[in-house]
Design a protein around this ligand. Structure first.
Ligand code: HEM
Length: 438
């Protein structure tokens, strides 16, 4: 169902939707595959309607290519306002992660093998997150920064004046790949292959990427490859400890027991997915925005060092590369006056919250000096707030410093977007680097 054919204004209805008697039907169907196939601008207009008229709307269960229809677990409340996304994120006792965090249903084996502490609640969540927390703390990230800056320099140095090709392949993809694969201790020769598998795990709704293959078969293959790599690294680190994350994981005990190879591999998969395409797509969307808003490029070029901190926050707000995460109500409660029942699923729509006119003056303006910028691109706060936020900020800062200093006139063309409701992805985008300045 596309927005164009959806009746508007909508009619108040007592249609029964997944047992929600008396709940009015939503003016926009967020579960339809066709909703996510639309250009971003159309999605944003739809979210604006929802924020104005149905900020907490009941939506039918999205179809999932990963689960047969009889295995689907029902509809959900769609939360689209900034204040509500923040409040729910910060109230894990009422809105828990332990009953699943994905928008779509997926087989439990897939979730167990890929999500580690993401779909857990405290105290288990805190214990497992705590095992790797130190490596992500701002103090430790400062020690990674030299390496991140050096990698950014290499990426930009490899671009010649007038360089063309795919911006995603040549620029956006490379820095996150280098950082996370090195943190995990993967052999350099395997980096590209492992990241390609990690990409697969967030792309199951994209027909072009699947190229006629069965989503579950492709996902199974990717999980097997990532688990195999993680298990080999873990075996090696038991014999030869190194300074990486896997060494930290093989050496620790939780509740008196060592982590199993499967648990370590699930950590490995979570980090290689979460630390990879998020920063990549933010980079692509930010450069696209700098082309669409030339005055903002001029403003940034005027004082790259002085303005990059605020610009990076705006890049993340604008890109909102993670679009959805779910919670489940643990008791009867209210969200912005809407009663919800124990067991109801609640989905947070970050791109909508990041364009909420109640939180951001002129939200549709890309503004590199926006301040304050209370975006929820890294989550709305609370225990699951992005563990990699400091790393992502350091990466974006290093890359854009190098890129804009060397290629101030770099232009990108029309992106190829990936279809999906989880990651807001650009899979390819032509570029012309223009003249080189240094
Ligand atoms: C611009 C880049 C990034 C964005 C926009 C982003 C966004 C997010 C969001 C929205 C969440 C969920 C927050 C919540 O549920 O409250 C999250 C969680 C997470 N992110 Fe990021 N992320 C980025 C980069 C990274 C990087 C570089 C890493 C790792 C190196 C990473 C690792 C994680 C992990 C492990 C979680 C789960 C945390 C938990 O459940 O406790 N992210 N991220």
């Amino acid at each position: 169902m596309t927005l164009d054919i959806f009746p508007w204004p909508y009619i108040l209805s007592d249609i029964v939707s997944e047992g929600k008697l008396g709940v009015r039907t939503a003016p926009v169907d967020l579960s339809a595959h066709s909703f996510w196939e639309q250009p971003q601008a159309a999605r944003e207009r739809a979210f604006a309607r929802l924020r104005a008229d149905a900020p907490v709307s009941w939506q039918d269960q999205p179809e999932s290519p990963l689960v047969p229809t009889e295995g689907l677990t029902g509809g959900y409340w769609a939360v689209v306002r900034h204040a509500d996304v923040r409040a729910i994120s910060r109230d894990p006792k009422t809105f828990c992660s332990g009953r699943g965090v994905m928008f779509e249903d997926a087989p439990q084996e897939f979730l167990d093998a890929t999500q580690s502490f993401l779909p857990m609640d405290d105290p288990q969540h805190a214990k497992l997150r705590g095992l790797v927390q130190k490596a992500f703390a701002p103090r430790h990230v400062r020690t990674l920064e030299d390496g991140i800056r050096a990698d950014a320099r290499v990426i930009v140095d490899q671009l010649e004046a007038g360089a063309t090709g795919d911006f995603v392949e040549r620029v956006a993809k490379r820095l996150p790949l280098m950082t996370i694969m090195r943190m995990l201790g993967a052999p350099e020769a395997d980096h590209e292959r492992l990241v390609a598998h990690a990409d697969t795990l967030v792309s199951w709704n994209d027909a072009e990427l699947l190229a006629g293959r069965e989503p579950l078969a492709v996902i199974g293959e990717a999980i097997a490859a990532l688990h195999e790599a993680a298990t080999a690294i873990a075996a090696d680190r038991r014999r030869h400890p190194a300074g990486d994350l896997v060494t930290a994981l093989v050496g620790t005990e939780v509740d008196g027991a060592r982590l199993t190879d499967f648990e370590i591999a699930s950590f490995f998969v979570l980090l290689s997915v979460a630390g990879n395409d998020t920063t990549r797509h933010t980079t692509s969307r930010a450069i696209r925005a700098l082309c669409d808003f030339p005055d903002q490029r001029v403003a940034l070029l005027d004082d790259i060092e002085g303005r990059l901190d605020t610009a990076v926050e705006e890049f993340v707000r604008w890109a909102s590369p993670v679009m959805t995460f779910r919670r489940t109500a643990t008791r009867d409660a209210e969200i912005a006056g809407q009663p919800v029942t124990e067991g109801d699923k609640v989905v947070l729509f970050y791109p909508s919250a990041n364009r909420d006119e109640a939180a951001f003056p002129e939200p549709d303006r890309f503004d590199v000096i926006r301040d304050p910028n209370p975006h929820v691109g890294f989550g709305g706060g609370g225990p699951h707030y992005c563990i990699g936020a400091a790393i992502a900020r350091a990466q974006l800062k290093a890359l854009f410093t190098e890129l804009l200093s060397a290629f101030p006139q770099l232009e990108v063309g029309e992106p190829r977007y990936l279809v999906g409701n989880f990651v807001n992805a650009i899979s390819a985008m032509p570029m012309d680097a223009g003249p080189r300045r240094n």
